[in-house]
Design a protein around this ligand. Sequence first.
Ligand code: ATP
Ligand code: MG
Length: 120
Amino acid sequence: MPKAPEGALGCHAPKAGSLDLISNATKFGAGAPIDVEVFDKEGEVCLIVGDRGPGIADHEREKIFKRFERAGSSPPQSGFGVGLWLVRQIVDALGGTVHVNSALGQGATFTIALPRNYNA
Ligand SMILES: Nc1ncnc2c1ncn2[C@@H]1O[C@H](COP(=O)(O)OP(=O)(O)OP(=O)(O)O)[C@@H](O)[C@H]1O
Ligand SMILES: [Mg+2]
């Protein structure tokens, strides 16, 4: 099994972001297995979290990164709608990117990419 990159996800801020993605995949993932991958790619450290839940509609994919915003699929699950907002704040501050690929009924895959040499 490949060794996870050291350091980059070992400090508190990125770890908090990773945990929200994993928490969301568990919470919204309809009880199906989730996939988590961490790897180096061309000077970046990438984290990918994928689930097999209800997915996120086109018009909600940007909205969910705003503070206190939740998608239509979420009311039965607990939460305040701050996790992804926080993830984006952290990732922006570290010079990285976060995005989601999803379609309704086809799960969701979130990707964080952080520069390998960021200062946290
Ligand atoms: N993996 C996912 N599948 C489907 N919808 C998701 C997924 N992750 C996030 N969402 C949607 O995005 C919304 C915002 O996510 P966010 O993590 O910010 O809030 P939350 O999980 O509802 O609450 P909090 O993180 O504050 O406890 C969620 O309420 C949900 O509607
Ligand atoms: Mg959350």
